[in-house]
Design a protein around this ligand. Structure first.
Ligand SMILES: O=C(O)CCC(=O)C(=O)O
Length: 265
């Protein structure tokens, strides 16, 4: 292994999914991947993400909007370790196993729910806000803190990806999410399971899997790094079928704008 490989292996746990895990993902629409960051990787991830968060967002305040308190998009522009994790980390292999040989990064953001942030996130599919085609994109949530129901861990409806694309009309754009326009979807709450995670673990799920989270009523922060991967040719259905711009990470794409996008990062 060269120096760069060793550096990455010191921060991230690389492993391929077993056949059983792949089957479980396709059946349930989600999989708890387990530890993805080493102790050193977690420490550096927290440091760099918090530096960026405090620089761009400042401290949590109940006076601020959900967007100001909860979301920092394009975090890979602000933190070198996120760039490494997003572009060269273990989740790229996961994406290749789940989606296929041609992969691009489709989004990176911090989704934080600091102690005292009581706002819930309503039931939605990630393909509801920002409808990508084909329908095999994955969302990967890496916990930077231990997370359970008391600090607003993710709740998921197993198998809900089989409902397919739920029509949310005009609200289904990435802009709606930024403006916090709520998408209301009927869910039988009793079918939902909380996904508790340890800091450094990763959960990934299908773009149709229904998920939500409650407010953080605990004294502990709940910080999550959110990364999304898609087929390299995935297009934005809500945007006239234009290609989603994201760095090409594996294989090839028919879109030159994708091949060139962030290729210098
Ligand atoms: O931050 C949360 O609790 C929910 C995050 C989420 O659902 C999303 O980013 O799609």
């Amino acid at each position: 292994m060269d120096d760069r490989g060793q550096q990455l292996a010191g921060m991230f746990h690389f492993r391929r999914l077993s056949d059983g895990e792949l089957q479980s993902y396709h059946r349930d629409g989600y999989l708890l991947y387990g530890p993805a960051l080493t102790a050193e990787g977690l420490e550096r991830m927290r440091e760099q993400c918090m530096d960026a968060w405090l620089r761009e967002k400042g401290a949590f305040s109940p006076e601020k909007t959900w967007l100001q308190n909860g979301l920092l998009p394009d975090i890979h522009h602000h933190a070198a370790i996120v760039r490494d994790y997003y572009f060269r980390g273990p989740l790229v292999d996961v994406a290749e196993q789940v989606i296929g040989p041609n992969i691009k990064g489709a989004a990176s953001q911090l989704t934080f729910k600091m102690s005292g942030n009581s706002q819930r996130v309503d039931w939605h599919q990630d393909n509801g806000y920002g409808h990508l085609d084909p329908y095999n994109a994955i969302s990967c949530l890496t916990a930077l803190d231990d997370t359970d129901l008391s600090n607003g861990c993710l709740r998921i409806v197993p198998g809900s990806h089989r409902r397919g694309q739920i029509d949310v009309g005009e609200q289904g754009s990435a802009e709606s999410k930024k403006a916090q326009i709520s998408i209301e979807i009927e869910v039988d709450d009793s079918e939902a399971v909380p996904v508790e995670m340890k800091a450094g673990e990763c959960l990934f799920f299908h773009c149709w899997t229904l998920h939500a989270s409650e407010g953080n009523t605990s004294p502990r922060d709940r910080r999550i790094l959110f990364l999304r991967y898609a087929d390299a040719d995935a297009v934005e259905a809500y945007n006239g079928g234009r290609p989603r711009l994201g760095r090409l990470l594996r294989g090839r794409t028919r879109f030159t704008e994708v091949a060139e996008f962030e290729s210098d990062l």
